[in-house]
Design a protein around this ligand. Structure first.
Ligand code: SF4
Length: 451
């Protein structure tokens, strides 16, 4: 085995490593060791002293493949618990046929997957006195809610946006990586997972919905599967940046069953067909209103948040009024609005019929007015209900807690102000009877005693 310092004196899990192949594979091994060491793992140069052995393989030529298979076989007979990674990992079927007992197989440069496989087979032991970084990593959000990024980049080409040229096309994280991270966050106190990306409903398309191993089973990188899996972790799951593709219909059933929050953040941006075409928006379909109607019939509690751009080049008064009518008909619960601004490098800057600034501002005001009317109406329907509230903030002198309902995302939506909330702390889930509402917020009293 590769000689690495024998640090097996503590009771942290101990890893052995066999590194084969070229210097590039050696650097990969070093990265894996560095990551594991930072997480508290110890290393052993002996098969017998290790909780498991990682074999970093080479698959360059047939003799290197044979050497890798032999090394896997030796590690299995000497230790029994083996994770295979590296170039030969692309031939998973062949490895599993030859050595059915391997715990996991990952390919070259899949550091995150190797580390996840190690976590699954020999979970890290967090030592709060020695570790510099908490188990869930460093967070900028409060302990009780966390953003969960499922992919990078975007394969759409909206004409006003330069994100794809900055961040590239969609690159989804393997499902197991997403789930392991979500699990760690929940174990560390997260009660609400906010799923984010540039296009959440496109999750996994770039991977062709490939499977990865999570807790000894295959999980598929697909939007619906991800929602279903996250819904089993015991935390609220809130979906941001979803587009109204037909396959989104399936997750509405999960919402209706209470498995994920009945909340969709869909940046519609506009409703007039000509403007949407000029914007080159994804999932731009005539039947979006029909789709929303169907969603609301399946899940009457659904809240839809959206953002809109007004004053896009070529937007006529008719287009704008169509947008206002559409927002009304769709019953958009929460709306944000921007006036169109040219971003350096965006194609929309070159479109004809740019809208004068005063007209953009006027449309902005009109849209926000309409959005507020709808919000007032829709929030008033919540009065009289008793709902769960996730507490964000507490004023102990006033016995008042401020939190959010399942219809409110942090920072962008409204809040629920709860009176009579004694002995409550941020992160508690309390029950509140709603007695009043205004344009954006709900007000009520705590029910059911202490959380
Ligand atoms: S606006 Fe969103 S969907 Fe469109 S290209 Fe930019 S990141 Fe992608």
């Amino acid at each position: 085995m590769t000689s690495s310092p024998d640090t097996s004196s503590s009771n942290a899990p101990v890893i052995g490593l066999v590194s084969l192949g070229c210097p590039k594979a050696l650097v990969d091994s070093e990265r894996i060791l560095t990551t594991l060491r930072a997480q508290g793992y110890q290393f052993s140069p002996h098969y017998q002293g290790a909780d498991l052995v990682i074999v970093n393989t080479c698959g360059f030529i047939d003799s290197a493949k044979a050497e890798s298979l032999d090394a896997i076989g030796e590690a299995i007979s000497e230790n029994g618990r083996v994770i295979v990674t590296g170039c030969l990992g692309v031939e998973e079927d062949m490895i599993r046929t030859t050595h059915p007992r391997v715990l996991a197989v990952t390919g070259p440069q899949q550091y995150e997957q190797v580390v996840n496989a190690v976590h699954a087979a020999a979970p890290p032991k967090h030592d709060p006195y020695l570790d510099l970084v908490p188990e869930q990593g460093l967070k900028l959000t409060p302990r009780h809610y966390s953003y969960l990024k499922i992919s990078e980049g975007c394969s759409n080409r909206c004409s006003f946006c330069i994100i794809p040229s900055i961040r590239g096309d969609l690159v989804s994280r393997p499902m197991a990586n997403v789930l392991y991270e979500a699990e760690r966050l929940v174990a560390a106190g997260t009660r609400e997972l906010l799923v984010i990306s540039q296009d959440t409903s496109a999750y996994g398309q770039d991977l062709r919905y490939a499977t990865s191993r999570f807790r000894g089973r295959d999980v598929r990188a697909r939007f619906f599967d991800m929602c279903e899996e996250l819904g089993q972790l015991g935390a609220w799951v809130r979906l941001h940046y979803v587009y109204p593709y037909p396959h989104v219909d399936g997750v509405i059933d999960l919402m209706a069953d209470g498995r994920i929050l009945p909340y969709l953040d869909i940046p519609f941006q506009h409703a007039a067909p000509d403007v949407l075409r000029a914007m080159r928006r994804p999932a731009n379909q005539e039947k979006t209103l029909e789709r929303i109607g169907k969603w609301r019939r399946t899940c009457p509690d659904l809240a839809i948040r959206s953002t809109f751009i007004v004053g896009f080049p070529g937007e006529t008064e008719d287009d704008f009024e169509r947008l206002l009518d559409w927002i009304e008909e769709a019953g958009i619960d929460r709306a944000g609005c921007f006036t169109f601004e040219p971003v350096a490098g965006a194609r929309a800057n070159r479109l004809e019929n740019q809208i004068p600034e005063p007209l953009k501002k006027e449309r902005f005001e009109r849209l926000m007015q309409k959005a507020q009317e709808i919000s007032i109406r829709r929030l008033s329907r919540r009065v009289g209900r008793t709902i769960d509230v996730l507490v964000d903030d507490v004023d102990p002198l006033e016995n008042q807690a401020t939190g959010r309902s399942k219809w409110d995302a942090p920072d962008v939506d409204g809040v629920v102000v709860v009176e009579g909330a004694s002995n409550v702390k941020p992160g508690d889930m309390i029950r509140a009877r709603i007695t009043d509402s205004d344009a954006y917020d709900l007000f009520g009293f705590m029910e059911g005693g202490q959380p």
